[in-house]
Design a protein around this ligand. Structure first.
Ligand code: AMP
Length: 218
């Protein structure tokens, strides 16, 4: 099953993608994580993406489609994938559809995580992430230790106020049109109210996917 997660920055897509991946037994593919790893490793892809990411702008579609091509043709995604923030423009949605059709696959479900702007800004401006495993934390100070891997918590450069504002604007202008694009393709886009405790949002997301918490298909 190939699941596309849409939603503004700070809506909790990454956290929910991890949980859904564990629950459904398919990998999470977060283009943001792939790009940050490329940046750390100093690859050409990372170097190309850096300035865009620091400003909170989208990296060019060609870079993202290159990543998606690698990922979707890898044995790791043979059973499916949860695409977290991997489709943020209409050309990306179109490109993904074409590359999946070439290998006899398609996007099966689209979930839209929905949260008010005020709450998003609050979440992003108090967020730190582990520089090792990328786990996000709310309200923990930079320099604290990651509970999962012992790594150091840092603030992301694109969680500074100016970049946050820009990322929300970019979401409205470039990513929201993807919702209508999927609807035009006769795909159902299921809205998940993500302004709730993490467990509750996971339960809502599983329900939207037709999976119950107990593991029985609904
Ligand atoms: P994220 O970790 O999902 O918040 O992504 C961090 C940054 O990576 C974004 O602000 C963009 O600069 C870049 N990025 C990640 N995914 C995409 C995408 N699908 N299209 C364009 N840029 C992306």
């Amino acid at each position: 099953m190939i699941i596309v997660l849409l939603g503004p920055p700070g809506a909790g897509k990454g956290t929910q993608a991890d949980r859904l991946a564990a629950r459904l037994g398919i990998p999470k593919i977060a283009t943001g994580d792939v790009l940050r790893a490329a940046l750390r490793d100093g690859t050409p892809r990372g170097k190309e993406a850096k300035a865009f990411m620091d400003r909170g702008d989208l990296v060019p579609d060609s870079v993202i489609l290159g990543i998606l091509q690698d990922v979707m043709n890898s044995p790791a995604t043979a059973k499916g994938a949860i695409l977290d923030g991997a489709v943020r423009t209409v050309p990306q949605a179109e490109g993904l559809g074409i590359m999946l059709a070439e290998i006899g696959k398609k996007v099966d479900k689209v979930l839209l995580f929905d949260v008010d702007d005020e709450e998003l800004v609050k979440r992003l401006s108090t967020r730190t992430v582990c520089e090792g495993c990328q786990t996000p934390y709310m309200g923990r100070l930079p320099g604290s230790e990651c509970e999962k891997c012992g790594g150091r918590l840092v603030r992301r450069k694109d969680d500074e106020p100016e970049a946050i504002r820009n990322r929300l604007e970019v979401y409205r202008s470039q990513t929201e049109p993807v919702i209508d694009w999927y609807k035009d393709q006769k795909m159902k886009v299921t809205k998940v109210d993500a302004d709730a405790p993490v467990d509750e949002v996971t339960a809502r997301a599983l329900e939207a996917l037709g999976e119950s918490e107990s593991g029985v298909k609904t």
